[in-house]
Design a protein around this ligand. Structure first.
Ligand code: AP5
Ligand code: ZN
Length: 214
């Protein structure tokens, strides 16, 4: 299966991806995770991406298209993948079609994590992540066993630099202006499925599994 998870910041893309990936033997490709790793490593890519990310604006299409094109070649992605946070502009969606055409493939389904903006601030400001694994927690909705510590490794959790109310406003603005047209693009193609993302995480998982397997 080749899937796209699309939705605003805090809609649950990164929470559902690991569960669905394991269930369907896919790889999880998150442009946000890859960019944050590049920023942490201070690689040339990270240096170019940091300013836009800190402001909650989108990184240039060329940069993210380049990292995705490369990531798709990973051996573990050959059976299928979940694209989390990509494509986010119509240009990226068109480039993705080209990349897949070259590989004789296509997107099976686009899952649209539909949710009202008003609940996202609480989700975003309460999130804590384990950067090296990408695992995320929430102080209220998904607390770690020991506060501030990753359940699996015992390593410390951190907050993302862009997870504050102020930067969230720019991220939401970018979503509505630049990413909503991508949702419309897939709706026209006929492979869009709406996921009610306000439900509890386990409920969302059920709906997603059903959408992926039918
Ligand atoms: P990215 O990392 O993709 O961030 P985002 O799109 O803003 O999405 P989030 O990671 O905030 O949301 P999520 O849906 O994954 O939420 P999660 O499941 O963790 O991108 C970051 C930046 O990188 C961008 O701003 C941009 O600069 C750049 N970038 C990335 N991709 C790009 C691209 N393609 N083009 C250009 N630039 C790009 O959940 C959030 C919290 O809520 C967690 O704490 C979780 O525990 C909790 N939670 C999850 N589900 C539920 C639920 N059902 N009920 C209650 N709580 C829940
Ligand atoms: Zn995410």
């Amino acid at each position: 299966k080749r899937l796209v998870f699309i939705g605003p910041p805090g809609s649950g893309k990164g929470t559902q991806s690991p569960v669905i990936k394991d269930e369907f033997c896919l790889c999880h490709l998150s442009t946000g995770d890859m960019l944050r790793a590049a920023v942490a490593a201070k690689s040339p890519l990270g240096v170019k991406a940091k300013e836009a990310m800190d402001k909650g604006e989108l990184v240039s299409d060329d940069l993210v298209v380049g990292i995705m094109d490369e990531a798709m070649n990973r051996p573990k992605c050959q059976k299928g993948f979940i694209l989390d946070g990509f494509p986010r502009t119509v240009t990226q969606a068109e480039k993705l079609d080209e990349m897949l055409n070259r590989r004789g493939a296509q997107i099976d389904k686009v899952l649209n994590f539909a949710i009202d903006d008003s609940v996202l601030e609480e989700r975003i400001t309460g999130r804590w992540i384990h950067p090296s694994s990408g695992r995320s927690y929430h102080t209220k909705f998904a607390p770690p066993k020991v506060p501030g510590v990753d359940d699996v490794t015992g390593e410390p959790l951190i907050q993302r630099k862009d997870d504050n109310a102020d930067v969230l406003r720019s991220r939401l603005d970018a979503f509505h202006k630049q990413t909503q047209p991508v949702i419309d693009y897939y709706a026209k193609k006929g492979n869009l499925v709406n996921i009610p993302a306000e439900k509890a995480p386990e409920e969302v998982t059920k709906v997603v599994k059903k959408a992926v397997s039918t």
